[in-house]
Design a protein. Structure first.
Ligand SMILES: NC(=O)c1ccc[n+]([C@@H]2O[C@H](COP(=O)([O-])OP(=O)(O)OC[C@H]3O[C@@H](n4cnc5c(N)ncnc54)[C@H](OP(=O)(O)O)[C@@H]3O)[C@@H](O)[C@H]2O)c1
Length: 316
């Protein structure tokens, strides 16, 4: 079976299409013929070991896990005795930090975060839910469950941002999206109430305006956003500068502000909730480009630009 492998950190040119062993199924395992996965900002980071500290988890000299990819969307082609799925079920899932999603076949066990894919979405579309959708939902769930007010979403055109805009709107927030000029109309299509084009306007000129701020792509910080937040506002961030962690540790923040940063927590429940929202038409996928597996190097080079809109999908 084929997989995108990488043997060194660094440039996308270290990626190969390799043959790897077919897995043995036991107990409740299932084998998925993978048809689509995304090349995410996370894949780009791990491949390039950016920041360097990533090597402490993935291997100092070279990656311990050599198959790339953090999500998959495919069809069950083999099951073990007590598998939770049946043959031909359409499945999506996230492998996350364990990687291994960029393989033609993926073995899943009862411990994996998987769900049946939305019945009205293609597998390419469904593949976008696990990374972008689940990260967005897991951070938005950390906001207070009380009355929804105004939220500002920074980095709204990325894989996380495009879902964050739709999910926040569905949750009942008044959504202000921050993006570049080319993506302004997309933000309104996704349901944003207001859009700030960061090339033309500085969003930090608003004062005491927002009940929540979600920064997704690490191009701003709590320090910069502090003055736009109301007294009891919450700041959530999926990509946080080191200085914000220092502020959080030493409580160098607005007295009443809540800061929620770090990693999103992926769960089966979140994935199933996203599937339900997709089937009900409350969220839609945003796909920038689709590459075939033998174009993985080009896909990575494009993701490395940092300008993709929504997801980049790889098909197998
Ligand atoms: N904490 C967690 O658990 C977790 C989980 C998943 C991912 N992440 C991290 O979250 C980050 C974002 O992920 P993603 O996949 O959503 O990123 P992405 O899809 O690569 O985001 C790219 C988008 O950011 C926009 N952008 C670039 N510069 C910007 C700026 N100055 N202001 C506003 N928007 C800007 C780009 O559009 P323009 O260039 O046109 O503006 C582009 O549409 C990554 O660093 C990833 O590693 C964290």
């Amino acid at each position: 079976m084929k997989a995108i492998t990488y043997h060194n950190y660094g440039d996308p040119s270290v990626l190969n299409l390799s043959d790897i062993k077919s897995p043995i199924l036991t107990k409740n395992d299932s084998l998925i013929r993978n048809y689509a996965s995304t090349v995410s900002s996370g894949d780009s980071r791990v491949r390039a070991a950016r920041p360097w500290l990533i090597r402490l988890f993935y291997g100092l000299i070279k990656p311990k896990c050599n198959v790339m990819g953090q999500d998959f969307a495919g069809i069950v082609i083999r099951t073990a005795e007590s598998s939770q799925f049946q043959l031909n079920d359409r499945i999506i899932g996230i492998t996350g930090y364990n990687m291994g999603g960029h393989a033609e076949h993926v073995k899943i066990t009862s411990k994996n975060i998987v769900a049946k894919s939305p019945n009205n979405w293609t597998l390419e579309e469904s593949a976008t839910l696990s990374f972008g959708g689940m990260t967005a939902l897991s951070f938005l769930k950390q906001l207070p469950a009380t009355e929804k007010g105004k939220i500002l979403i920074h980095g709204a055109s990325g894989a996380i941002g495009t879902y964050a805009v739709q999910l926040a709107k569905h949750m009942g927030y008044h959504v202000t999206a921050v993006c570049s000029t080319n993506n302004v109309s997309l933000m309104y299509e996704l349901g944003a109430d207001k859009v700030i084009d960061y090339k033309k306007q500085d969003f930090t000129t608003f004062k005491n305006e927002f009940d929540a701020v979600f920064t997704t792509v690490g191009k701003t910080s709590y320090t910069a956003c502090q003055s736009i937040m109301k007294k009891h506002a919450t700041y959530i961030s999926s990509d946080t500068p080191f200085s914000d962690y220092i502020r959080q540790i030493f409580k160098l923040k607005g007295k009443h502000h809540q800061l929620k940063m770090g990693v999103g927590h992926n769960t089966v429940e979140l994935l199933e909730e996203l599937v339900q929202l997709a089937e009900a038409g409350h969220i839609s996928p945003v796909i920038d480009r689709i590459y075939t597996v033998d174009q993985a190097i080009e896909a990575h080079q494009y993701v490395d630009t940092g300008h993709k809109v929504g997801a980049v999908v790889l098909t197998f």
